[in-house]
Design a binder for this molecule. Structure first.
Ligand SMILES: [Cu+2]
Length: 66
């Protein structure tokens, strides 16, 4: 399962925003965000470009740490 590190999440609202943004990407499902670890995992049903994920996260004000 792909895991990404998301920087800037501080509360459950952030978690909800990140979960929503990732879930809305075509091909991504089963998004789980861990606030303490600052991580998001998901199932990639079809290949998703890294930039697509990055754009979705930065658009809502967070940052992906790689
Ligand atoms: Cu928050």
């Amino acid at each position: 399962m792909p895991t990404i590190k998301v920087k800037g999440m501080s509360c459950q609202h952030c978690v909800a925003s990140v979960t929503k943004a990732l879930s809305e990407i075509e091909g991504i499902s089963e998004v789980k965000v861990n606030l303490e670890e600052g991580e998001a995992t998901f199932i990639e049903g079809s290949p998703v470009a890294k930039d697509t994920i990055k754009d979705a996260i930065t658009k809502i004000g967070f940052e992906i740490v790689s």
